[in-house]
Design a protein around this ligand. Sequence first.
Ligand code: AHG
Ligand code: MN
Ligand code: MN
Ligand code: MN
Length: 281
Amino acid sequence: MNGISDIVTSVQHTAHYVNAHLADHAGSGAGENPSGEDQINADVWADQLFFDKLSALDGVGAYASEEREEVVDCGEGYTVAIDPLDGSSNLASNNSVGTIVGVYDAELPASGRELVAAMMVLYGPYTTMAVAREDSDVVREFLLREGFSEQWGRFTVPEQPTVVGLAGKKNERSDAFNEFAAELERELKLRYGGATVADLAQVLEYGGLFGYPTTTRYPEGKLRVHFESAPLAYLVEAGGGSSTDGEQSLLDVEPDELHARTPTFLGNRELVERVEAALGR
Ligand code: AHG
Ligand code: MN
Ligand code: MN
Ligand code: MN
């Protein structure tokens, strides 16, 4: 198997194990992560599990994580960038969480154009994993369950928008954006659950837009380029959708440091273009 297949298989098996044991690790804080946010036990536990498996692969040369200050050198091969547990604050309330993985053929920091694959695991009522990779034009979705991962069909963004989740946040610098957001929230169904992977899954199923704009608290946006925004943009654009930071595809964002953040919008092309128009005014 090539390096990408080994990584996909390893993430699949590790995610299957994480899914089975999440309840044992829903406990409270473990400290702070490099982004200065609360870390829960499960963040650290999941990060260690993925590290142990992925860093041991011949095709992995570096391991970068939302939960670790620095990239860990593991020899030659791809750089894996991971958000081991996305939306981890949802765990205490037993709401959906996820895992996001980007596979870069470059040292970090790097733009999303260096991605060769991206994966998104959703630990929901059942657990699925979506994979986009440069050596296959089909974005696949797997059902992860006991000893068996069934492949589902192609993973595409529906043409018609139905849902919108803009984190309920207001952009502090753009009234035009806030008017756009209010209009969209009147037009479409509001879906916001506090985990990007779960909120994006709504968009990928029903069509629409997920976004986390710049806010007072997060003037650069909250989501991290390497661990969340770029890998998810890779997936969504491979599935026929679109992404933007307000001006350009999220794959063109050039982060200046490992934990760089960016305003993040993902979903239907038409809505992404409306975001850019609103933010451009
Ligand atoms: P993580 O748990 O990996 O830190 O990610 C949380 C992120 C993202 O998943 C979610 O969309 C967003 O934070 C929620 O932010 P708010 O709690 O500010 O709404
Ligand atoms: Mn976090
Ligand atoms: Mn996250
Ligand atoms: Mn996380």
